[in-house]
Design a binder for this molecule. Sequence first.
Ligand code: NAD
Length: 270
Amino acid sequence: MSGRLQYRAALVTGAGSGIGLETSLLFAQEGANVLLVDINIAAAEKAASIILERFPEVKAAAFKADVGKEQDVKAAVDKAVALFGRLDVMFNNAGIMHPEDDNALNTEERIWDLTMQINVKGVWWGCKYAILAMRQNPIDEANGLHAGGSIINTASFVALMGAATPQLAYTASKGAVLAMTRELAMVHAREGIRINAICPGPLKTPLLMDFLNTQEKRDRRMVHLPMGRFGEAVEVAKGALFLASDDSSYVTGTDFKVDGGLSSCYVTPL
Ligand code: NAD
């Protein structure tokens, strides 16, 4: 088997659903060993078993962690290194969009804090422990394995554009992910560690569809989508694969948009 991530070790957070699930499958298809991390261990275990069935050449395992807890994130990275001997790709993808998140007047502080704990601190800790692990990666030139690695942080189109359908804590958290990613990319640029953010547009995943639970809410957004449809998680997974692999060897510190043109749009086609 050959693939763009052959012999690489990857850790994906939020791997039980949506973008994380599709990305874990794609990484495995491209030859990576994958640790699937999720707070929902049943979902992560199911995803890992699908990988083992479809791609018996690779290793896959599930690991329960709440990325809002530093010790959980450290334990997840330690587990990946223990299982695979290295960590080449860290996808800090888990995130929440709380149903009680609203505008400046209505959002309660506990919702703000919970959102920041998971969406911002979770990504910080994911970067921290991945960087420490990637510094130790053994070089294996015969198999194309080098020092360093690729870290991908999931932000969102809402970090780039305002919306009059507010989720203030979520939006602020994703802006923080973009700013943090740029700075970390610069700090570690000479260590062979590339750090990029991916900015998905609105997708047909449980995270958004549970929130857009009426036709009226979906229509309110649909008119703004240049391609006339929501995106699919697998379309973001393909972007994550590019950032994970050596195909993006000169890409770091970027806001990689997979948003169907949304953030470039003034007027949509009729
Ligand atoms: P999803 O709800 O389908 O999947 C998220 C997964 O993360 C779930 O399996 C959930 O159990 C897990 N998770 C939640 N909290 C966690 C925690 N504290 N620790 C570990 N795992 C946790 O969501 P998705 O749409 O695939 O979203 C993935 C990422 O993409 C999120 O960061 C989200 O903000 C971002 N995003 C999504 C959209 C969209 O339209 N769906 C758009 C832009 C950005």
